[in-house]
Design a protein around this ligand. Structure first.
Ligand SMILES: [Zn+2]
Length: 93
């Protein structure tokens, strides 16, 4: 059995995240079609959920999407969940 050099899914996420111009970030790891794929400890992780949790320190509510419009952008600041979208709508954003 090989030893995983990344002890946590968060560490793996950081390893495969590349920051790009404009404050965005992209996934450089394995993909399943266009969708980034992160496997750790035998399970599949949703990378946008992970990136959201790392940045905001809470579990996302509903699907996480990049509010910047860049597909699969991983920049934590750009990610929003259903709770954020509801709050943004309430203040007219
Ligand atoms: Zn972005």
């Amino acid at each position: 059995m090989s030893i995983d050099p990344h002890p946590t899914p968060e560490a793996k996420l950081a390893r495969f995240t590349e920051h790009t111009s404009g404050g965005h970030a992209r996934w450089t790891g394995p993909r399943n079609g266009p969708a980034p794929r992160l496997r750790h400890s035998g399970r599949q992780w949703r990378i946008l959920d992970l990136a959201f949790r790392v940045r905001w320190g809470r579990e996302p509510v509903g699907p996480v999407r990049p509010g910047c419009g860049v597909p699969w952008c991983l920049a934590g600041e750009h990610l929003e969940d259903a709770r954020d979208r509801k709050a943004f709508r309430a203040i007219g954003l």
